[in-house]
Design a binder for this molecule. Structure first.
Ligand code: ADP
Ligand code: MG
Length: 736
């Protein structure tokens, strides 16, 4: 199509089918087409791609688009091609192409058919590509995901540092456009300096995403919380981010065994698996993708309804980018992060091997994550402030859309304390970090405090009556409210703003602060909740229990075994509690393993299903989280040892168990339906007559209890231990 004669609006409609520009797209495009270097900072979903795609279509020559990920390029090229133009309109050039494909790309570009050529920065570094590009009529260069230039971004890529050099090597005068969704002032200045575009026209959209709801939860039984959330939101698409590949796989399996359509995604999978899983998510064959941060850049699924951070991310930039993938269509977008300070400590440990400067950066970024998690301020205000924007938490768009704002904590009058805090900052000449300031106030003689002899200050310990955490919270609130600022270039030293100086000169009557969340005490509280929900176990359905017992009797008769061989009482109680209606669910019942479920389970599950249906019972199944690892290593060891006929005492000592503990474990194993043949052991110690006698006893017995067996068979005749061993044999042979 020839769009060169159309107006911008006309081309927008013609190429993309949109009627109006989104946000500042038009201004951005006009800036670029007038030949200016142009810097675009818009949140994820803001419509950055169109800012280069449209002018690329309208201008002569080929636009070079630099993009960090192969998957991302492919996605974009596919989407441009889907606008119904010829395939040659957009190409990518990267290491995934073979020779023939590369030749084709170069031919299309040279023939002038290609309007957009996507390149990875590595490819730009290759001499043969550079030579080729020198022969091409280039309309402009766009650097997408430009924050990759800055080590202060969340996705630093050293190859990005050389882009400017390469571009200048091709042609001094091509206009450059940089685009990013990372808005911290520090990253922005890095990008501009590095690309040599300090004179660029800057277009910065507000980062506020009013339809997103932010929430931070204490990381207690997080898998359970996640499953409960997903089950309460059936059919909605969501992303769960974990920090490690191992965790990704673990959580994905946990979701799967709990009946949730979920797939894992991380860079350790081969390209086919990754693109298959990603496509299944886009096509809604699965609802949930569990991923490392390798997933999502450039993924354009407009109706992602939740983004869960199973682990806290390493930076707020990353967090904001990832949460930004929720609700792109303007609809619901729930952002839940699970916070546990221990995770932060783990991340700090990982940094230990890295260069000192990098560690320093990493720590500062993490500190901000902690502040965000613990703050009681409006989370939206906190985030926007971090990105250099102010936000009116009362009337702003999205004002009540976070856990803190919708459920505010009590505020404390703190004016005198604020004066003290500011006094200390003045005394130490605005040259120290938050922690140091709080140490002085609290009278904590840290090594840094004594190095600077700040323990001799008049104000040292002047605020020790107050919890240091509250001092920290107050300091953060002064930062967020713009009285103080952190000098990022200088290790985050705390300085006054003009507003802060004004405060010092003319202190207000009153100043309120919130206490931060105390997740350690919330752990206690949620633990209580969790255990009380367990004790709902008492609410057993007596009618169902009777029916289950009748069924058990009937089946025992059919099979000619005692009822306890079918299922023991605790199992029936648990069934009357949990209402399992499939064999899968039955396996979750106490004392029911795979073997037992298969052998006896079906009629029980059917009975319960019918009962549930007829009585309209709401099952607590959603709350029962199955775990993937149901056979502990110890159990496996024991079962394998018995297969190899290793003496039981040796097995016990190999695992550091007392013999009694081993027996308990064996009972547990056979009671849940696994067959164990310990004849090799028994035949050595118990003669055949005695074995038969005990067998016959259990066949007729009312219960499997050892005490009753002792009474019946005679305490002088048998030891409890012997009976237990024989009962294990019996259960194995008859019940399993
Ligand atoms: P970003 O790169 O800023 O995260 P994208 O370029 O992927 O965002 O665009 C996000 C979504 O907005 C896409 O679905 C895109 O089709 C849509 N979009 C972009 N511009 C417009 C517009 N002018 N009108 C309607 N939708 C648009
Ligand atoms: Mg983009």
């Amino acid at each position: 199509m020839d769009t060169s004669q159309l107006t911008l609006e006309g081309a927008l409609k013609e190429v993309f089918g949109f009627d109006t520009f989104k946000g500042m797209q038009k201004e951005v495009i006009e800036s670029l087409t007038s030949g200016n270097d142009t810097f675009v900072i818009m949140p994820t979903g803001g419509g950055k791609s169109l800012c280069y795609q449209l002018p690329a279509m309208m201008q002569d020559g080929t636009a070079i688009i630099i993009s960090p990920l192969i998957a991302l390029m492919k996605n974009q090229v596919d989407s441009i091609r889907s606008f119904g133009t010829q395939d040659s309109i957009a190409h990518f050039l990267n290491s995934s192409l073979n020779k023939t494909e590369i030749t084709q790309v170069k031919e299309d570009v040279t023939a002038g058919n290609t309007k957009m050529l996507y390149l990875a920065p590595e490819s730009l570094n290759k001499a043969e590509n550079l030579e080729f590009l020198k022969s091409v009529n280039i309309s402009f260069v766009a650097v997408d995901e430009a924050h990759c230039i800055s080590e202060w971004g969340h996705d630093f890529r050293p190859e990005y540092r050389r882009i400017k050099e390469m571009i200048k090597g091709i042609d001094q005068n091509i206009p450059v456009m940089a685009l990013t969704a990372t808005a911290t002032p520090k990253v922005q200045s890095d990008i501009q300096k590095n690309l040599g575009m300090t004179d660029a026209k800057v277009f910065k959209a507000s980062f506020n995403r009013p339809n997103l709801f932010y929430e931070v939860r204490s990381k207690i039984e997080a898998a359970k919380q996640v499953i409960k959330y997903i089950k309460g939101n059936q059919g909605k698409s969501g992303i769960i981010y974990c920090l490690s590949r191992k965790k990704v796989e673990e959580i994905a399996s946990t979701l799967q065994v709990n009946g949730i359509k979920a797939l894992p995604y991380h860079a350790g999978f081969d390209a086919n698996t990754r693109s298959r899983n990603q496509d299944m998510f886009l096509m809604e064959d699965v609802d949930v993708i569990v991923a490392t941060i390798a997933f999502g850049m450039g993924i354009d699924k407009p109706d992602v309804r939740f983004v869960i951070h199973y682990d806290m991310p390493k930076s707020l930039e990353g967090y904001y980018q990832e949460t930004g993938r929720a609700g792109r269509d303007g609809g619901e977008g729930r952002c839940i992060a699970f916070y546990d300070y221990k995770d932060i400590e783990k991340l700090e440990k990982f940094m230990n091997g890295k260069p000192v400067a990098e560690q320093e950066v990493g720590r500062q970024l993490l500190e901000e994550v902690v502040s965000y998690a613990e703050t009681a301020l409006s989370r939206r205000k906190f985030l926007l402030n971090y990105f250099g924007e102010t936000f009116d938490e009362v009337n702003g768009d999205g004002a009540k859309m976070d856990d803190n704002a919708s459920n505010p904590k009590e505020e404390i009058e703190f004016i005198n304390e604020m004066k003290l805090l500011f006094e200390v900052i003045l005394t130490i000449k605005e040259r120290f970090k938050s922690k140091h300031i709080v140490d002085i106030l609290s009278g904590k003689n840290s090594s840094e405090v004594s190095t600077y002899r700040h323990n001799n200050l008049e104000r040292f310990g002047a605020g020790k009556e107050i919890d240091p955490k509250l001092w920290m919270a107050a300091l953060r609130q002064a930062l967020v409210q713009g009285y103080l600022r952190k000098d990022i270039e200088n290790y985050g030293l705390v300085k006054f703003t003009d507003k802060g100086r004004e405060f010092v000169a003319n202190p207000p009557e009153s100043f309120y602060v919130y206490k931060d969340h105390d997740y350690s005490s919330e752990i206690d509280r949620s633990a209580e909740v969790a255990s009380s929900s367990k004790s709902q176990g008492a609410a057993m359905d007596e009618t169902l229990l009777r029916m289950l017992k009748d069924l058990r009797r009937e089946i025992a008769k059919q099979k000619n075994v005692p009822p306890f061989v079918v299922f023991q009482d605790p199992s029936l109680h648990d069934m009357a509690n949990q209402f399992p209606i499939t064999l899968e669910e039955l396996k979750n019942i106490q004392g029911v393993g795979q073997g037992k479920a298969m052998k006896f389970g079906k009629p029980f599950a059917d009975l319960i299903a019918k009962y549930v249906e007829e009585n309209d019972i709401e099952r607590p199944q959603d709350m029962v989280v199955k775990s993937v690892v149901n056979k502990s290593g110890r159990k496996v060891y024991i079962i394998q040892g018995i297969d190899r006929k290793i003496p039981l005492d040796d097995i016990a000592s190999a695992k550091g168990m007392k013999f009694d503990e081993l027996l308990q474990e064996l009972e547990h194993i056979v009671d849940s339906g696994t067959r164990l043949n310990i004849d090799y052991y028994i035949n050595d110690i118990v003669d055949e007559d005695r074995q038969d006698e005990v067998h016959d006893y259990f066949m007729e017995a009312e219960t499997p209890k050892i005490e009753e067996a002792l009474e019946e068979l005679g305490e002088d005749e048998y030891s409890p231990e012997e009976l237990r061993i024989l009962r294990i044999k019996f259960m194995s042979e008859v019940a399993n």
